[in-house]
Ligand binder design. Sequence first.
Ligand code: C2E
Ligand code: CA
Ligand code: CA
Ligand code: CA
Length: 277
Amino acid sequence: LARAEKQLLASYQQGSDESYLRRLQILQALPDAIASRKLQLHYQPKIDCTTGRVVGTEALIRWQHEQLGVIRPDEFIPLAEQSGDILRVTRWVCEAALNQQQYWLEQGVDVQMSVNLSALDLQSDDFVQFIATELDKRHLDAFKLTLEVTESAVMADLEKAQQRLRELRELGCKIALDDYGTGYASLAQLKHLPLDKLKLDQSFIRGLNSNESDRIIVQSTLTLAHQLHLHTVAEGVEEEAAWLLLQKMGCDTLQGYYFSRPLVAVEFEQWLINEAP
Ligand code: C2E
Ligand code: CA
Ligand code: CA
Ligand code: CA
């Protein structure tokens, strides 16, 4: 915590951080939130682009704070990354998501599970063993677990990340590159990474119907990804028109508010029964 506090203080003194106190409050409350289960997962369905059927779900973290209300991951994950708390957050997320997947499987609901990793997780020496043990405990198939990583998380320590991702794939897990198109690397450079899936960033998908350059970028990315044998996912699908266009373009899997927002587990079950396409 001390290191993160110092970083925060430095940014505060530089005058670049007006929300210093809020961030400090979040940082100080985080260890207790992890320990006392104030964190929660929401699940957003992933849809097969051709058939419209649910194929999986992405676990997205939420934090209900007594004074501050719901704190979004965009706000507290970067702080947890600075402080190192992210390691414990990720382990909590993996355990909770796999518990849910196991429970659903027992209820006859067979969905792939995706979780998000940070740079530090990829550097942590026992992460692969942790995943192997958690899958084993629950008798879950590794190929039904996808680990989503961003380009910047991988680039933080490329050698180590590559090694970790290789080990995770040897276990049978799938690796997805998240937020593709927002980083600096081209697909030609990324082809050396051990990847199974490419997630096109929502900034290209949201304007797909009105923006010709987005359409060109998405189409050429999908074509190139398939030539590299990568499974393609589009996130941020908010309209039926985007679905139809992505179907024509040959995208494999979709995610977005058009189908559903991220839902708590019981809502997700209700959604499957009542609304799933
Ligand atoms: P992400 O992994 O790129 O997740 C997608 C984000 O887009 C989610 O925001 C989701 O709610 C939102 N989204 C999904 N469909 C749509 C849509 O159609 N339109 C719009 N406008 N947004 C959509 P969320 O849940 O607030 O998460 C934000 C980010 O926080 C995630 O981006 C991810 O980078 C991070 N995050 C969330 N949960 C975790 C976690 O458990 N671990 C780590 N390390 N990061 C997490
Ligand atoms: Ca993600
Ligand atoms: Ca993303
Ligand atoms: Ca993101």
